[in-house]
Design a protein around this ligand. Structure first.
Ligand code: NAP
Length: 642
């Protein structure tokens, strides 16, 4: 069978191909040509990328070099087409490694190569799937309940189906997608490049934008669900209220409630929680909020029946959500007042709103391995480099401003980008340049739309604290009344209340959330002592603040969980749970590590990463390559097997 990444044969004319090549990432194109010809001299000559920055896909090549490279590629591709587009011969691992380093203009350390090869799947296989586990009767005896059908729950379903395990996914919403089902606010889009923010085993030649908007993302999960036949396994519009472990039968009872109030109990040998961290709205505790007379709604509960045309809108909060909402509604509204408590760091991304042109889509479909290398090109600049930059140098002076020399450099770069757009408005500038170290909170990206919006005459950015809300206004502590017809609460989520509001009861009736308090922990973010056969995806300590993609993390977690299930289904044990000391050691090590990173720094006073004591238990302090290595397969010596 032809390698699915080897490019589908085509008959386009030279002129059509030349037109398509005008659009593509030239360094990626050159690697595709190397696959076609097997000739490494293509990357050993003077035509090469000159530098790397996230989302800069031309490697800063000069126009002349790009033009020469395209001319060479046209010859190679034309001759390949004339031969009927044969499948290229595999390249040696050494050459692939050389290609990696060439594309990103830096030495890709050897320890990363296995992870990258697996993620890219150049050999056309999906190394993260397992195939059927155990015998048919063993599998039939091991029903699993998955809680949630967002990106991680859907993935869990796909992998369980491949393993032949019977499963039910319970989803509180009426459709698939989780975050991408709930966040329908104007302007909602992903901010990890879509050719990486998608499952590694699914095609990625269809995206209409480099950073897709919510409807396209939701449709993607819909399509993937149907391609893998997962829909019949999902109970939509049904919420899991809780789950309890039964020692006698070694099963979980999972209580559900459908939208019509009907309650049910599902019995499972294992439970996989895939509920995410960002889905329970954080509603601000502001006096008078309930007195507001007009429509008022949270960003993740957008009320599309409200016509904003000509209205006065007050938006409280401007983190990642508010940052996208303001530019998207500014044209329609009569007046927009944005209440931002803390300014946000952002970096430039000119492609943020860009469409994927037909040339790129053609290349993704027809040029061998173009899409795989493009995935790597988007992945690599966000792969662990951000973690190095987030490390606190305790000897660096003026820690309020920056936590290291690298961090000061980042601050200057980000500040220049902000300043270059504001022009001579010192008051606005003072309001939009953050006063805490760069990347101290989740860093945003923009193509200029946020700051352009703030400079519009009918848009105000208010940094004065809110005192209270009246029927028709938000009143700040300086006594000023900001009149409003509509109130938008872009105030984020209750991220630190992991798994709330479910009640999960393990051995001896222990309640998981009570046991955790404000310090949730799980071994590798996946398993908890005293909670046998209970697994989490996107659990404690796995949110990614330094780069990567949550889908990548989910694929790591689900491979590990499938490995655990294989141990149980095919082996002699009914239950597994991590040894208490293993989980405690992991938690202590993660805590020690996270305290060395900028997000923990006391100068970052307001952040949804932090609990009320200023500790961080939900974010990963680990390199992607380490997490990938640790989750490759479960180490059974770390578990109590009964
Ligand atoms: P967020 O980043 O937590 O931002 C919440 C905003 O509300 C902040 O400006 C916060 O101020 C403010 N706020 C909270 N409580 C307040 C109060 N009582 N009074 C006044 N202001 C208050 O939430 P988010 O914007 O919804 O984003 C959350 C996460 O969702 C992101 O970090 C990201 O992981 C994800 N997300 C991603 C995308 C994307 O991919 N593009 C888009 C949206 C969301 P302070 O900053 O001072 O706390």
């Amino acid at each position: 069978m032809r390698n699915p990444h080897a490019g589908s044969p085509f008959e386009a004319t030279d002129a059509d191909v030349a037109q398509a090549l005008l659009d593509v990432s030239v360094p990626t194109l050159m690697l595709s040509c190397l696959h076609i010809t097997g000739d490494p001299s293509i990357i050993r000559g003077p035509l090469r990328p000159a530098g790397l920055f996230l989302n800069e896909v031309q490697g800063y090549m000069s126009e002349e070099d790009k033009s020469d490279a395209r001319a060479l590629a046209l010859e190679i591709i034309g001759s390949w087409r004339d031969q009927g587009c044969p499948e290229p011969a595999p390249l040696s691992p050494e050459l692939i490694h050389e290609m990696m380093s060439w594309l990103v203009c830096e030495d890709v350390p050897t320890e990363y190569v296995p992870m990258l090869l697996e993620e890219m799947g150049l050999d056309g296989t999906d190394a993260r799937t397992m195939g059927p586990i155990g015998t048919e009767s063993q599998r039939a005896d091991f029903p699993v309940v998955v809680i949630g059908c967002g990106q991680s729950g859907l993935l869990a379903g796909i992998r369980l189906a491949e393993a032949g395990i019977p499963f039910t996914i319970v989803e509180k919403n009426a459709g698939v997608g989780g975050t991408w089902w709930e966040n329908t606010y104007p302007g909602a889009r992903v901010d990890v490049g879509n050719h990486f923010y998608c499952y590694s085993f699914e095609p990625s030649d269809h995206w209409s934008r480099y950073f897709a908007r919510q409807p396209e993302l939701q449709q993607y999960f819909e399509d993937v669900m149907d391609r893998h036949g997962i829909r019949p396994h999902v109970r939509f519009s049904t919420e899991v209220l809780g789950a309890a472990w039964d020692e006698e039968t070694a099963t979980w009872s999972v209580w559900t409630q459908a939208a019509d109030g009907t309650q049910d109990t599902l019995v499972a040998r294992a439970v996989i929680s895939a509920v995410g961290q960002l889905n329970r709205p954080n509603l601000p505790d502001i006096p008078g909020l309930d007195d507001f007379a007009g429509p008022a709604f949270h960003s993740a509960r957008w009320d599309h029946s409200v016509d904003l045309a000509g209205t006065k809108v007050a938006m409280i909060g401007a983190g990642a959500s508010g940052f996208q909402i303001a530019p998207a509604i500014a044209d329609a509204v009569g007046h927009l007042t944005i209440f931002q408590r803390t300014a946000q760091w952002m970096f430039p991304n000119p492609n943020y709103h860009a469409e994927v042109g037909p040339g790129v889509q053609w290349a993704l479909r027809h040029l061998p391995f173009y899409g795989r290398w493009y995935r790597f090109l988007i992945l690599w600049p966000g792969c662990d480099v951000g973690l190095h930059a987030a490390r606190i140098d305790p000897d660096y002076p003026d820690q309020q401003r920056a936590i290291s020399e690298t961090n000061e450099f980042t601050r200057q770069m980000f500040t220049e980008w902000i300043t270059s757009q504001i022009g001579d408005d010192p008051e606005l500038l003072a309001n939009v340049v953050p006063d805490y170290p760069a990347t101290g909170k989740r860093t945003l990206q923009d193509n200029g739309s946020w700051l352009t919006t703030l400079t519009r005459p009918h848009v105000d950015l208010v940094r004065t604290a809110i005192d209270h809300i009246e029927t028709d206004a938000v009143v700040t502590t300086d006594g000023e009344r900001h009149e409003a017809d509509v109130l938008v609460l872009a105030t984020g989520f209750q991220a630190t209340r992991m798994l709330a509001p479910m009640t999960i009861t393990g051995r001896d009736g222990t309640d998981l959330r009570t046991m955790w308090g404000e310090r949730p922990f799980a071994h590798l973010g996946i398993t908890v002592p005293g909670f046998p056969n209970f697994f989490m995806m996107y659990g404690p300590g796995t949110n990614l603040a330094h780069g990567g993609s949550l889908i990548f993390h989910s694929e790591c977690q689900m491979r590990y969980i499938t490995g655990c299930i294989e141990t149980l289904v095919g082996g002699e044990h009914r239950t597994m749970e991590p040894r208490a000391e293993v989980a405690a050691e992991w938690h202590a090590r993660s805590q020690a590590e996270i305290q060395t990173l900028v997000w923990s720094h006391p100068s970052v006073t307001s952040s949804f990463f932090k609990n009320t004591d200023g500790e961080i238990h939900i974010v990963s302090p680990w390199r992607l390559v380490d997490y990938w290595t640790w989750t490759n397969e479960p180490d059974v010596t770390e578990f109590i097997l009964e």
